[in-house]
Design a protein around this ligand. Structure first.
Ligand code: C2E
Ligand code: MG
Ligand code: MG
Ligand code: MG
Length: 288
């Protein structure tokens, strides 16, 4: 009986991985045509400055809707785009489109805010990354002083002299660098000390069980202090509740992002959001 169960489990596992492989192949095929077929779009999630009680900026997040596959999550297709090299044209599209959106927001007369764009380690590793970014800035009229690149720890992993040179060059343009998904990768203290990174963006997984595990509070508190001691700003992502917000206010976290304040918005709703929400935290409601 137990042997049988074991066999069934193996069969289930095989079916499951076959299904996974088929899906990956399907995604790969569809992804190759997605740009030409205009299947991508962008949404923008607000980042709130707790110290200034106002919108700090928005992060561009890629969306893909395919006729056969439906809506596919970036966590599923970005790794495939990276494996196939499609990340380069897709990444350039994201950069160009989000910069165009920023220029349109800026023309609508609202106070300028930062645009954050996720950059894959593979894009960043390309020798011509800085030049192609510069070309997009020139073409779109995006002000580099309002651009922030979110790079994950793994882009820094292959920590070479060229990484530091690129970051320094970008920094000289006025572009901000934030270290995305901080805490999940392998950045060493040496990297944190030597790389010109201005913002630590603590991964959402750290807030999820903040109150269920005593040690978690100590860890997140230490991450915030580490960032501050290195002269960086700290952002907590995935904030969903007022309890979490209150805790972060107490710990002097600089920025937060998450469903508590806003889900990702369509381009046209960003200006509405900016005009309708003038303050985010009503002091007195929260204890901080
Ligand atoms: P990320 O850059 O860490 O983005 C945060 C993700 O968390 C987004 O998922 C966002 O929608 C989600 N999120 C934000 N607030 C909350 C919250 O309060 N609760 C929960 N449960 N989730 C929240 P999304 O849009 O599915 O993106 C997933 C990941 O895909 C991103 O993680 C990023 O690594 C990657 N990605 C998205 N767009 C791009 C892109 O244009 N280029 C590259 N290279 N990667 C991208
Ligand atoms: Mg990000
Ligand atoms: Mg992140
Ligand atoms: Mg993340």
């Amino acid at each position: 009986e137990s042997k049988r169960t074991g066999k069934n489990q193996i069969k289930e596992f095989e079916d499951e991985s076959k299904h996974q492989i088929l899906r990956t192949v399907e995604i790969e095929k569809a992804l190759a045509q997605a740009l030409d077929r205009n299947e991508f779009s962008l949404v923008y999630q607000p980042k709130v400055s707790l110290t200034q009680n106002r919108l700090e900026g928005v992060e561009a997040l890629l969306r893909w809707n395919n006729r056969e596959l439906g809506h596919v999550s970036p966590t599923d297709f970005i790794p495939i785009a990276e494996n196939t090299g499609l990340i380069h044209p897709i990444g350039n599209w994201v950069m160009r489109e989000s910069c165009r959106a920023w220029v349109r927001w800026n023309k609508s007369g609202v106070k300028p805010f930062t645009l954050s764009v996720n950059v894959s380690p593979l894009q960043f590793a390309r020798e011509d990354f800085v030049e192609s970014l510069q070309a997009i800035l020139d073409e779109t009229g995006m002000d580099p002083m309002f651009l922030e690149l979110e790079v994950t720890e793994s882009s820094m992993l292959s920590y070479e002299e060229s990484t530091r040179e690129k970051l320094t060059q970008l920094h000289q343009f006025g572009i901000l660098i934030s270290l995305d998904d901080f805490g999940t990768g392998y950045s060493s203290f040496r990297q944190l000390r030597e790389l010109p990174v201005q913002v630590l963006k603590i991964d959402r997984s750290f807030i999820v069980n903040l109150f269920t595990d005593r040690n978690q509070e100590a860890i997140v508190r230490s991450m915030i202090q580490l960032g501050h001691n290195l002269g960086m700003k700290v952002l907590m992502e995935g904030v969903e509740t007022s309890d979490q917000l209150e805790w972060l206010l107490n710990e002097q976290c600089d920025y937060v992002q998450g469903y508590y304040f806003s889900r990702p918005l369509l381009e046209k709703d960003v200006v509405k959001h900016v005009k309708s929400v003038t303050t985010y935290i009503e002091f007195g409601k929260t204890r901080a």
